[in-house]
Each structure stands twice: as C-alpha cells, then as structure tokens.
Design a protein around this ligand. Structure first.
Ligand code: PEP
Length: 251
C-alpha cells in the first residue's frame, strides 16, 4: 500500500544554526506522538550533516533539495547524489519548478539525476506541474503527462516504484493560491492513470503522489481527504515547526 507522506521543502532559507533549531523543534514535536504519515524534511546541502545529527531517523526522514546530473568530477559548485547519500539523507527533491524555471533543468538532465539518485539509494521526490497559462488554456493534463513521460518513463517498473511524485501547480507555489481539493484530485487521479497505463495497476496504486502549492494547516485536511492525494510537499509552511506539524496532523 502506498504511504501517506508530508515532506517539507525549506528551499534557500535558514542559516545552519537556524535550520538545526527548526529540525530539533520538528523532531521534538514528533517525539512520543503517533502520526498517520511519514514525515520528511528536505533542507539545503549545508544543513544535511548537522541536521542528520540531531534528528531521530525513525521519526523524521531527511532529504536534499537537488543533486547533480553527474557522478563526480570537474563540476564546480555541484553536489552529487553519492555526496548527498553520504550525509545520511534518504530523499532528494528533483525537478522542482524553481529549478526548471531558474536553472534550466530539462527532462534530459532530470533523467540523469533520477538515475544517479536511485543508484545511490536515494528516493527521489519528483516534482511536476503546469504554469498558470497552461492551467487556463486547458493543456495542464497533457503538460504534466509529458513531464512524466519524458523524464521517468525510461525507468523499469521496479525503479519507478521507488519514486515519490509531487504534483505542484506552479501558479500555487508560494503564491497563497491553493489548487482546490477537486482540482488536486482531478490531476492526481490523472497521474495515477498515466502510471497505470505504462506500468500497470499495482505500481500505480502503490505510488505516493503528494500535492504541493500553498498547502497549510487550514487546507491540508480537505486536500488529504481526497482519495488520490497521498500527502503534501510543503514550502513556506514547513519553516515553522508548529504550522508544519499542523499539516502533519491533518492525516
Ligand atoms: C514548494 O516549493 O515545494 C511549495 C509547495 O511551496 P509553498 O508551500 O510555499 O507553496
């Protein structure tokens, strides 16, 4: 059975001491609490080692926000999948719309990143989603289908089964504008059907598909109540332990 997951994406926020404090706060809030989902925090590269040192890995998963599309070598400033894995992190966000938009990430580079992440035992949290214009002109389902086909459908069923997907309508990220729970459900059901057509029902049913885009404690319950919404990828609201926990406990 697929898992319910709430994953934080801290983006380029917090210094190392601030990040360590936030991680400790989330970890503490989870102590002795029964929650109905896996909880993950994805943090800047600089934070991985010190955050890993202060969290209980059985309660709180740790991930990076990106990794390089090469294994090692002369790629100044890049951080590879083996480096991320060596910190103790278990997850990596790939294909976030901010990386596609500001750093020119394409399906071709993302294919490499996914392969390297999997090779190094990292679980990719792979992001897909349409921009406002595509939502408005009605092409949003086709756009998301193509993102999945182009970057992921080269994978074997076994490797595809290791992924977590995150549907993040770009127009809802950091804007305060959330997709309605019906809009999210329509897309999530469509994504699951797209997976089923390629890999079969079992793989589709077992794939966790998260929603991301201005998810907060006040709207998480309605979103997570939808049958094909298996949790959230949370940006802004993950920067405060209390609001993040408000989303975690929406399950
Ligand atoms: C994100 O960037 O992954 C995200 C969902 O951001 P926010 O929750 O701030 O919209």
């Amino acid at each position: 059975m697929r898992k319910n997951i709430v994953a934080g994406n801290w983006k380029m926020n917090t210094t190392v001491p601030e990040g360590v404090k936030l991680a400790k706060d989330v970890n503490k809030a989870l102590e002795g609490k029964e929650v109905n989902c896996d909880v993950i925090i994805c943090v800047p590269f600089t934070h991985l080692v010190p955050v890993n040192d202060v969290i209980d890995a059985d309660k709180l998963g740790l991930g990076a926000e990106n990794c390089a599309d090469h294994r090692s070598g002369a790629y100044t400033g890049e951080v590879s999948a083996p480096m991320v894995a060596s910190t103790g992190a278990k997850y990596v966000i790939l294909g976030h719309s901010e990386r596609r938009q500001y750093y020119g990430e394409t399906s071709e580079t993302l294919k490499e990143k996914v392969a390297l992440a999997l090779e190094n035992g990292l679980t990719p949290i792979f992001c897909i989603g349409e921009v406002l214009e595509q939502r408005e002109d009605g092409s949003y389902l086709d756009v998301v289908k193509k993102q999945i086909e182009d970057a992921l459908f080269n994978l074997s069923a076994e490797d595809f089964s290791k992924l977590i997907l995150a549907y993040e309508p770009v127009w809802a990220i950091g804007t305060g504008k959330t997709a309605t729970d019906d809009q999210a459900q329509e897309m999530h059901a469509f994504i699951r059907k797209t997976i089923e057509d390629k890999y079969g029902k079992e793989v589709a049913e077992n794939t966790s598909i998260l929603y991301g885009g201005s998810c907060k404690p006040s709207n998480a319950k309605a979103l997570f109540a939808k049958p094909d919404v298996d949790g959230g990828l949370i940006g802004g609201a993950s920067l405060d332990a209390e609001s993040f926990m408000g989303i975690v406990t929406a399950f």
